[in-house]
Design a protein around this ligand. Sequence first.
Ligand code: GAL
Length: 775
Amino acid sequence: MELERFSWSWKFAEGHVEGDEKAVRKGAVGVDIPHNAVMLPYNCFDDRSYRRDFSYWKEFDITLEEGKKAILYFEAFMVQADIYVNGEKRGHYWSLYFPVKIDVTSFLKPGKNLIYLHLDAEEDPHIPPFGGAIDYLTYAGIYRPVHLEIVESCHIEAVRAIARQDGTVSVNVETSEEGGTLIYEIHDEKGLVVSSDKPDFKVDDVHVWDIKDPYLYELRVYLRKDGHEDMKSTKIGFRDIAWDKDGFRLNGKTIKLIGLNRHQAYAHMGYAVAPYLEELDAWKLKKEAGVNVVRTSHYMDSVSFLDECDRLGLLVIDEVPGWQFVSKDPEWRENYYLMVEKLAKETFNHPSVIAHGVRIDESLDDHELYTKGNGICRVIDPSRPTLGVRNITKSELLEDVYAYNDFYGEKNNKKPIARPKKVVGKKGKAYLVTEHNGHMNPTKPTDPYEQLISHARGHEGKINGAYEVKGVSGAIGWCFADYNTHPTFGSGDMVCAHGVFDMYRNPKPAAYVYAAQQEDFPVFELLTPMKTGEFKEAMYNEIPIATNCDYFELFKDGKKVGRFEPKGRKGGMPHPIYYLTEIIGDSLSDPRFKGKDKKRMASVLSDAAINGYMHLSFKSLLKAGLLILKYHLDYPELLGLYNKEISSWGGDGRGTTFEFVAYKDGKEFARRTFAPTRSLDYLLDCPKDELVNGNTYDAVPLTVKAVDNNGTHMRVANRVVEISVEGPVEVVGPDKLPLLGGYATFYVRSLSKAGEATVNLKIDRKTLTKVLKVK
Ligand code: GAL
């Protein structure tokens, strides 16, 4: 059991006065955990603003019953802290990305108690990931929830279970004291399935955990001693993983791993977000980007995120904290070993985790460090492969999986993904591409479409390579969402615009290329707004469409142009970008042209619209010549034809209406209209209606998307959006934002009272309203 709502009602102050933790109290404010010590703007700030001292404390009432213990449990704080209980120093702890559990029993007194943290958020060269420059920020604060657990004096400290596809389960339990008896139980949603007094037992007719059907059981372990009982439970999934030169297999079936790297940071709030926002990232990756794997670069993600990956069937590759730098400092190296141990232990029960990344991301070889690191990991968790991410070829392979950040492919991207043998130096090794694109093609949400499309194509090339190149288990792109970084990275504005989503988790076109590769939900997205003036020489260019549809139909000004069937590449990705080059087809309205001539004229005009009349293909030139001679067409007539059939770049000023209708399994699932923009409209997205308070507050993003009167996303729209709230909620971060790539996202969190809240978003003279219930 834990003390209720322990993450609520803390006090926070800037700074710390050594030996006098009371001195800072004057400037104190009330905060709830997760808490970000320094709220940051979207970009252009000084990263040193949060690398300093802070104080957190909490007063609470507790009177421990005889024989009980109190465990203070921080899910994570950044970076390290001296922790005091009732004025007495309990110890010094680093957390970074790992939980800190402290037995505070002997420091507590009956009644009022005070816990105080002197948090030091400076980058410490004795602890990974620090020592060199790193391409991400480590925002200060107690940034994940905190708990006070009340347990029996003899209690279970950890439960680690290996559950296999054949229903066998093997449980390892750590207890605070020797002795007592242990009982193991497996429950499903209907109740008890199996009970055992032995740690190795079997569930008959087990429901296997899989990415399509991520079924979870609950494992309960009871410890009985001297008339007392302690219980610890954890979710588990029965599944088998195997990884070798032929790829990655889940329950015996090969899965091509297509995924994205995730940094857990959010705009403004940094690392300190409500558990729901962590879950939402997992949801976005699986249900919006449609990927099957995420790499938690470059550290261990929160329990909220990992739990949601288990529930969704999103595979995870975790990783020790670090970035290129390996220190010779013995303290740093000891801390690295401890981190490997923590990583292997803390992620053990998550069926979604398929490998532990034990090598510091992109570091050079270090025989001693990685021999020991791999050893520690394998002893704690023999059920999973170790994996090591490098950006160098032919380095010493001490892990089970050679992971490579393949930014260059082979021979300057001639082969978009390098062949494993060339990278590893030997044949027959399990091989995965863990990063691609990223800094090779940074793309801001506000960039022109030409760049947004180039970004989408960059990711497409690597995904396709992962299918085409033999021996590649998959490819994980850099990265899920844009992130804040140190000044020597990114665009000089403290942002690496490497995400296929922006920092607020709104999609760039590249996100749809990922989404189109799966079959669980239909996708049909034009990667262009069909506005010729957006592109060089005012041409449509080949029209890129990310889709997994069976076919789509195109209508121009109400007349059918044709039916189109995007196809996969043999041996390649299932759904490459489809390029539409025919936008007139059957819709050609000039009655003079019939039969073959109608087709010819339509294709010449399409070619002119797509590629420009200065760049007609040889075939189009021949067709045009033939038609000119046969129909005695002169230049004004040709121009008139073009303007009539495709009214772009001026024309007669009326513009063209294109309508796309996409089908899958015989059903229409998407209809997209592109026509001249006459007005702006705004769509409001809010993924839930209720905020549920528990140990901590809840939060939700509210996103305004600018669309025109045809529903076309207006990335270039330029407006300011303002948010205001009434009732038991609060805006976290700015309450006024410009549209960024056609989106503005705000975050609203619950306050401690229950009730109804209203959120108003004002843009132009319009107000969008959302009612939220706080429970
Ligand atoms: C890699 C690194 C990532 C990120 C990326 C940018 O070298 O592992 O953390 O910096 O480059 O493309």
